[in-house]
Write a protein that binds this ligand. Structure first.
Ligand code: 3QA
Length: 228
């Protein structure tokens, strides 16, 4: 089995890279992919850079060029569900693109012809995360993640996303990664730790908590890899 481990920002994959052996750096398509061993497992690790386009390119490369059999995403997210606090873990059961909008033609937000509003993540990987969560004695919220090419820092936009997609959390890469994995028939898992609440304080909170929340997500993800 070869596992793709992906984030969007350097901070999100740094806690992973420091745990790898036999690292070989591959430069491709203006990005860096780290082929390595984690214990005796083959992994390919990369951060895509921010947003749906970069994350699409990296996810597609992980699967089509590096032939990974499963894709695990680790990173941070803005909270939409008011129960979620900084550092809380969210596992996506399905994901949507909140900024995909051809509603003028009568379609729902997040829908284009031959597409779907939501893409569902792999149920076995979600089930595994629940086992790991109970073993670690941590709480993981399984929920809906909304993805868009905007850093959300306003109650108004956050409320639109909450009402339209029933989202628990929001970010900028998960749904695009989901489209790639779904199209190529590769199981995927999107894990996020809350760094802010996508409100007027989001920018400050993000900068304060991105590193610590990214570590929370990465550490949990590696416990999942140990069990794969
Ligand atoms: N409220 C929010 N809205 C949308 N997404 C998120 C996420 C999830 N990731 C973090 C990162 C934010 C992009 S701007 C970072 C700027 O870098 C600072 C240095 O230039 C992007 O990869 C999406 C956390 N809180 C969010």
């Amino acid at each position: 089995m070869k596992i793709a481990i992906m984030g969007a920002m350097p901070e999100e994959v740094a806690p992973i890279l420091e745990r790898l052996d036999d690292v070989e750096e591959v430069n491709y398509a203006k990005n860096r992919y780290y082929k390595a061993k984690y214990k005796d497992i083959d992994v390919v690790v990369a951060y895509s850079k921010i947003g749906k386009v970069f994350s699409t390119l990296t996810a597609a490369t992980m699967l089509q060029m590096f032939a990974c059999d499963v894709l695990l995403f680790t990173g941070v997210a803005g909270a939409v569900n008011p129960e979620l606090k900084i550092g809380d873990l969210v596992v996506a059961n399905k994901l949507a693109q909140h900024d995909l909008d051809i509603t003028i033609f009568g379609h729902p937000h997040g829908y284009v012809p031959e597409g779907s509003v939501y893409i569902e993540a792999d149920k076995d990987l979600i089930a595994l995360s629940k086992i790991v969560a109970s073993e670690m004695g941590v709480n993981v919220k399984e929920g809906i993640i909304a993805t868009g090419d905007q850093f959300i820092a306003s109650e108004e936009r956050k409320n639109f996303i909450a009402e339209t997609f029933k989202a628990d959390a929001l970010e900028m890469e998960g749904a695009s990664v989901a489209v790639v994995c779904d199209a190529l028939g590769v199981p995927f898992f999107i894990l996020r730790s809350i760094s802010d609440s996508a409100d007027m304080d989001a920018g400050f909170n993000f900068e304060e908590f991105v590193e610590s929340s990214a570590k929370v997500s990465a550490e949990f993800l590696m416990k999942m890899v140990d069990r794969l």
